[in-house]
Design a protein around this ligand. Structure first.
Ligand SMILES: [Fe+2]
Length: 387
C-alpha cells in the first residue's frame, strides 16, 4: 500500500453541530412545535445533575418531555426494549441521547426499534439501518465516542457475549450539541478512559486503509487537540478550555473514523471488553502501543506525520525513527493520564485468549481496514501482549 498517494473516496456527514459552552440553550430551537421528546440517559448523568439541566431547559421553553435514565454501560438489547416500552407509554416523538457513547447508542437503537418495529438483532450481520427513524439529537457528556456524529451504534448481546456494531445512514443524529459546561467536574478516570477512546479513533482513522485527505485533516487536528489537552482535563475536570478542546477533538475523530473506519485496536478491544468487562476506552488505550508497534513496519511515513500533531520535533530523522518517536510520545501521554499497559494493571490476571475472541477479531471490519494484514497468529500474539 502506498501511504503517500492521494486516496480517492467519498465523505458523508449530515449532522448539524452546535459547539460552544452553553450551547444547551439551543436545544429547544432544534425541536418542532408540539414535539414530545424522550431524553435517554444513564443514572450517572442523572446523579451528576446534568439530566436536570436538560429537563429545565425544556421546561423553561414550555416543552413537554419524558426522561428514561436507566441506560447502563455497554447497553444490552434488553435496555433498548425497556426504553421502547417507556417511549410508547409516554407517546414520545424525537429522541435525545444524553451522555457518553452508551446513552447515545441506546438512543439510536431505540429510534430504530420504535420507528421500524423490528428487533435490533435484525441488523447485527451487517444489514445497514436505512429505514427512516424519528429525529435523533445527541448531547455528549464525555469527550469520547464521537457518537454524536457517527452513523454507528454498539449494542451488547449478553447471551452471545458480543458487542454488535451496527451502521446505517438512519443512525446519524440530526443535531449534535457540544456544550463543555455539561462535562464540568468530570472525574479524572472518566476523562482518561473516554479521552483514550477518542484518541484511538483519531489515530486509527488516520492510519486506516480507507483514509482520505478529508479524514486525514480531521484526524490530524483531532490528534493535535487531544494530545495537547488530555493531561489537562485529567488533572482538572473544571478546565473549560481543555474540556471544549477535548469535545471538539472527540467529535472530529468521530467525523474521521465514521468515514475512514478504525483498525486493529478496536477489533481487539471489543472482544476483550465483552469477555472481561473492561471499559472500552481503557481497553483501546491498552492495545494502542502493541498495535502501533505491529503496524509501524508497513506505515512508517504516515505514522511519522503525526509528530506534527503531537508537537514532537523529528527534524531530519528518517520515517522509521520518526514513527518510533511518535509511538513513544503517545505512550507517555497514555501513561500520564493513567491508562494501564496490560490487564494485570487492571487487576485481571486470568486472561485467556479463546476461539470466540479470535473469531470475533478476525471477522471484524476494522481488521480489514488496519494498515497491516493480519494472520490468526498475529491476532493471538497481539491479544497476548496485554496479558
Ligand atoms: Fe472506540
Amino acid at each position: 500500500m502506498n501511504m503517500n498517494s492521494v486516496a480517492f473516496g467519498s465523505f458523508h456527514n449530515p449532522v448539524k453541530l452546535i459547539f460552544r459552552p452553553g450551547a444547551l440553550s439551543e436545544l429547544p430551537g432544534e425541536l418542532q412545535p408540539g414535539d414530545v421528546p424522550l431524553v435517554v440517559t444513564d443514572p450517572g448523568v442523572e446523579k451528576a445533575g446534568i439530566a436536570d439541566r436538560v429537563c429545565r431547559t425544556l421546561e423553561e421553553a414550555g416543552i413537554r418531555f419524558a426522561l428514561f435514565s436507566k441506560v447502563e454501560s455497554d447497553p444490552p438489547i434488553e435496555t433498548v426494549e425497556a426504553a421502547a416500552a417507556f417511549y410508547r407509554d409516554n407517546g414520545c416523538g424525537p429522541i435525545i441521547g444524553l451522555g457518553g457513547g452508551s446513552s447515545m447508542d441506546a438512543a439510536k437503537a431505540l429510534a430504530v426499534v420504535v420507528s421500524t418495529g423490528e428487533d435490533i438483532r435484525a441488523y447485527r450481520h451487517g444489514r445497514p439501518v436505512e429505514a427512516p427513524v424519528v429525529p435523533l439529537l445527541a448531547i455528549p457528556t464525555t469527550a469520547g465516542t464521537g457518537s454524536e456524529v457517527t452513523g454507528v451504534m454498539v449494542i451488547s448481546d449478553l447471551q452471545e457475549k458480543v458487542k454488535m456494531v451496527m451502521r446505517g445512514p438512519s443512525l446519524f443524529p440530526k443535531t449534535g450539541i457540544l456544550d463543555a459546561t455539561l462535562l464540568e467536574g468530570i472525574p479524572s478516570r472518566v476523562a482518561a478512559a473516554t479521552g483514550s477512546d477518542a484518541f484511538v479513533h483519531a489515530i486509527e482513522a488516520f492510519l486506516s486503509r480507507k483514509a482520505t485527505p478529508v479524514t486525514d485533516a480531521l484526524a490530524f487536528e483531532a490528534v493535535r487537540l487531544l494530545a495537547s489537552h488530555a493531561r489537562r482535563v485529567v488533572a482538572d475536570g473544571h478546565d473549560m478550555d481543555a474540556l471544549h478542546a477535548m469535545l471538539m477533538g472527540s467529535c472530529m475523530a468521530g467525523l474521521a473514523f465514521s468515514n475512514a473506519g478504525l483498525g486493529l485496536v478496536h477489533a481487539l478491544a471489543h472482544p476483550v471488553g465483552s469477555f472481561y468487562h473492561v471499559p472500552h476506552g481503557i481497553c483501546c488505550g491498552m492495545f494502542l502501543q502493541p498495535v502501533l508497534r505491529y503496524n509501524l513496519p508497513v506505515c512508517p511515513e504516515k505514522l511519522a506525520r503525526l509528530a506534527g500533531a503531537l508537537g514532537v520535533d523529528v527534524g531530519r530523522e528518517n520515517a522509521v525513527s520518526g514513527a518510533k518517536r511518535v509511538v513513544e510520545n503517545l505512550a507517555e501521554i497514555f501513561g500520564d493520564i493513567g491508562i494501564p499497559r496490560n490487564l494485570p494493571g487492571l487487576g485481571i490476571s486470568d486472561f485467556r485468549v479463546n476461539d470466540a475472541m479470535l473469531d470475533d477479531a478476525m471477522g471484524a471490519a476494522p481488521t480489514r481496514l488496519n494498515p497491516r494484514t493480519s494472520t490468526r497468529e498475529d491476532i493471538k500474539a497481539l491479544f497476548e501482549s496485554v496479558r
